[in-house]
Design a binder for this molecule. Structure first.
Ligand SMILES: O=CCCC(=O)O
Length: 457
């Protein structure tokens, strides 16, 4: 049985019975059957459905927001914002899918071949298994599902057990909008079943957002089965502050980036790397921002940071904090903890070799790292196994663009908040994964890019 527990009250919300073998088989059959009909619809018929899903999410954002908050603890404001982002992404893809998936004709000068014409067409693959985490329980799912379904695929969701209510709610949203049975289904299963699903011929591809360990395991099975995979894994994003940065703005955004969602975001600014000459001034501003954070009941609108999602996650961040302190970092905040409620923490003098530098920290822990100059800052930013997002703060935009090219990451935000946005590709390099979500790149991950070459008969 799976039990979801409210992280703030520690009260049981609901217990879910795992899907039986026969229920899983029924869902796989349904997915297979649904694919035939769904993929045969025109693109505009599918986009109409997804536009409707966007409207449905907007109409139900309060109810779904409350469910997200109950299951994983983010503030209601953050939760409602998450549902709104999903709705906006439905509209984005409904507006742009036709252009993204239009046949692409290949110009030929006919000097090196006889092709009368040739073009590329984009066709869906079938059932895609989505293995998704609890930290953005609607957004992580929908940013795969919206483009994936519009492209003509069908979705099978294996969500994190602590947010199974969200998993069923997303399925409900698709159902209520009239999507045919089997186009999007939620599977209430645990990790061991994933291997069986990936081996099943009816599952054509997999997308996973989660830990490096889960990614490595899923990618190896997918590799063995010769199935396409997209992995969006962890990050230890650097936020570089150079001497000429707007320090007020940089500190405000740095703390927001690190502490939003109680620090549980793959693309949070996890390492603040600061040029020495402005370190003191920046640190004062960061502390000021941290002092503005109001913890408490995530349903209360004055609360700006909710609890962490589970006790074991709070244990992990506490371990990393203590290990980093033990290696010589300096504590700048009190950093107390009561159950899942973890106070924002700030550590100074953090260096390579310390847990908070080397590992991904998934909780409200910000760390300050000294850089001698911009070259040193880039070196430190790149001294990580991860390569998801990053940020640079400087008023010299030419310099920022030059340095951005030197950062080993899937994205660099200059003077702004690291974030995912439907209009731009999202994903990482190194152990942060491979493949891209969102934008045109995201909708093209799970399609057969088919070449059609026409010779004169
Ligand atoms: O946890 C990673 C995703 C965060 C986001 O998309 O903003």
């Amino acid at each position: 049985m799976f039990t979801s527990i409210n992280p703030y009250s520690q009260k049981r919300i609901k217990t879910y019975r795992p899907d039986s073998t026969s229920a899983i088989e029924r869902k796989l059959k349904q997915a297979d059957r649904a694919f035939a009909d769904w993929s045969a619809l025109s693109l505009s018929e599918r986009t109409d459905y997804l536009r409707k899903v966007g409207q449905y999410l907007t109409a139900n954002k309060q109810r779904y927001g409350e469910l997200i908050t109950a299951e994983m603890g983010k503030t209601l404001k953050e939760a409602v914002g998450e549902v709104e982002k999903c709705a906006a992404t439905c509209t984005f893809y409904a507006d742009h899918a036709e252009a993204f998936l239009a046949d692409q004709s290949i110009q030929s000068d006919r000097t090196d071949g006889p092709a009368e014409k040739s073009f590329v067409t984009y066709q869906p693959l079938g059932a895609v298994l989505a293995i998704m985490p609890w930290n953005f329980p609607f957004w992580q799912v929908m940013r795969f599902a919206i483009p994936g379904l519009i492209a003509g695929n069908v979705g099978l969701l294996k969500h994190a057990p602590n947010v199974f209510g969200c998993s069923l709610a997303i399925e409900e949203a698709f159902r209520e909008c009239g999507l045919p049975t089997g186009v999007f289904q939620s599977l209430l299963v645990d990790v061991p079943v994933v291997e069986e699903l990936l081996k099943d011929k009816r599952v054509k591809a997999v997308t996973l957002t989660g830990s490096g360990r889960a990614g490595s395991s899923v990618a190896s099975i997918a590799g063995r089965e010769i199935k396409k995979s997209v992995l969006e894994l962890g990050g230890s994003d650097a936020l570089i502050v150079l001497a000429d940065a707007d320090l007020d703005k940089a500190a405000e955004v740095a703390v927001k980036s690190r502490m939003q969602n109680a620090g549980q975001s793959c693309i949070a600014a996890k390492r603040f790397i600061i040029e020495k000459s402005v370190k003191k001034a920046f640190t004062e501003r960061v502390l000021h921002q941290i002092n503005q954070i109001r913890q408490g009941d995530p349903l209360d609108e004055t609360t700006t940071m909710g609890p962490m999602a589970r006790l074991d996650l709070a244990d992990s961040i506490e371990r990393q904090y203590r290990q980093t302190l033990a290696k010589g970092a300096k504590r700048l905040t009190v950093g107390e903890r009561e159950g899942c409620n973890v106070q924002p923490m700030l550590l100074d003098n953090v260096k390579p070799g310390m847990a908070a530098f080397d590992e991904e920290t998934f909780g409200p822990l910000a760390v300050l790292i000294d850089a001698k100059d911009e070259t040193d800052a880039i070196r430190l930013a790149n001294q990580s196994d991860f390569g998801l997002g990053s940020a640079i703060w400087t008023q010299d935009l030419d310099k920022a663009e030059r340095l951005a090219r030197q950062i080993q990451a899937g994205s660099v935000f200059i003077n702004g908040l690291m974030r995912s946005d439907a209009r731009v590709p999202f994903g990482g390099i190194k152990t942060s994964g491979f493949g891209r979500e969102l934008s045109e790149a995201g909708i093209k991950e799970f399609v057969n890019m088919k070449t059609i070459w026409v010779d004169r008969s």
